[in-house]
Write a protein that binds this ligand. Structure first.
Ligand SMILES: C[S@@+](CC[C@H](N)C(=O)[O-])C[C@H]1O[C@@H](n2cnc3c(N)ncnc32)[C@H](O)[C@@H]1O
Length: 345
């Protein structure tokens, strides 16, 4: 780490970061943000200071590159900056700042109380919805069978960066997070993300974060993950092909997409009572969506249950040359010409 700081920052940036942190409240903020993602109101509560005052301190720490801020709806979270040289410096400072100091010890006690409150709120939300989910789970195979199959896929693929679309309570990351370097869960529900945060923190998965986002418009760059999972989410989609295309966009060439959902079924009440839009998916439909998104499908695997069968569809994003060949093939089919005679400009 020392070398990160030595090689990564200019002297000017380093001095600016040191100046920003050379103040008691700002050092306390750094120590707190090293222990999780916190909002201004939580930080103000812990420090016993007004929100505008705390916001000013946070702004200075962000400008100096020591903290990152991100918005989730009307909430703004703060965490130690990842990757930057100033972020490496902040980790050094936090490590050097012992917990024995009276002020820091009190801050950490208050932080523990806030985390407990958060966990209680999340558990209450989960309890309200759990009965529903439990009823649906009883219609198909034991989740553990699906989880074992996913673990096997990941053991073979050995990805570094995992994206879990529609992460819900973060269960998929809980299972697979320790097998990857970074994991990110995206969900459109703030309540679900609150539950996921508590679960991931409890599981000690410091490499995993969750963010608010829509599966049709992921707030992520192209080719940024080498594994993407969409587990029990696609049946809510009104545009499943678009969701798969969006997942493919963020996959690196050679990366793997795993979709887990139901085979076609006739349980209409899942629509009426549980907001499912689609009553399962056929292999042909999924293979077509994979193909249209530039993905090479593997044979699906099925886990029969009563009455619902779970299917695991996997596909790889083709390497660039293969993608170009496949695009030529698709165009040649459209103009009804043998691919070897077809050379688009
Ligand atoms: C049945 S839960 C599955 C959660 C998780 N994948 C699992 O298997 O434990 C479906 C999740 O998909 C999320 N979801 C539905 N539509 C979404 C969308 N358009 N964008 C992001 N998340 C969505 C819901 O908020 C919910 O958390």
């Amino acid at each position: 780490m020392a070398s990160d700081v030595a090689t990564g920052a200019s002297m000017g940036d380093l001095l600016a970061a040191l100046r920003a942190v050379a103040e008691p409240t700002r050092l306390r903020l750094l120590v707190l943000c090293a222990r999780g993602e916190l909002t201004v109101s939580e930080l103000a509560q812990i420090l016993g200071q007004s929100q505008p005052r705390v916001s000013r301190h946070l702004k200075l720490l962000c400008e100096a590159g020591l903290l990152d801020r991100f918005r989730e709806g009307s909430w703004v979270f703060y965490r130690l900056s990842a990757g930057s040289a100033a972020g490496a410096l902040s980790r050094h400072l936090v490590a050097a700042c012992g917990e024995a100091d009276e002020t820091i010890a009190l801050d950490l006690q208050r932080l523990a109380t806030i985390k407990r409150q958060r966990a209680d709120q999340a558990a209450a939300y989960f309890r309200e919805n759990a009965a529903q989910w439990h009823r649906i789970r009883s219609l198909y195979v034991d989740e553990r069978e699906v989880e074992a199959a996913l673990t096997e896929i990941f053991a073979a693929a050995q990805p570094q960066d995992l994206l879990d679309i529609g992460t819900g309570t973060g269960r998929i990351i809980e299972i697979l997070g320790s097998r990857v370097v970074h994991a990110l869960g995206i969900d459109q529900s703030r309540e679900m993300l609150a539950v996921a945060r508590v679960n991931l923190e409890r599981a000690g998965l410091g490499n995993s974060i969750v963010r608010l986002g829509d599966m049709y418009q992921l707030p992520l760059g192209d080719a940024s993950f080498d594994a993407v999972v969409i587990h029990q989410v696609l049946h809510y989609a009104d545009r499943p092909a678009a969701a798969i295309a969006e997942a493919a966009r963020v996959l690196r060439p050679g990366g793997v997409l795993v979709v887990v959902d139901f085979a076609p079924h006739a349980l209409e009440y899942l629509r009426d009572e549980h907001a499912h839009r689609r009553l399962g998916f056929s292999d042909d439909d999924v293979a077509e969506w994979f193909g249209a998104a530039g993905l090479e499908p593997a044979p699906p695997s099925r886990l029969p249950g009563d009455p619902l069968t779970v299917v695991i569809w996997t596909a790889r994003r083709e390497h660039e040359e293969a993608e170009r060949r496949a695009a030529r093939q698709r165009l040649a089919e459209v103009v009804n010409m043998p691919v070897e005679e077809f050379s688009p400009r």
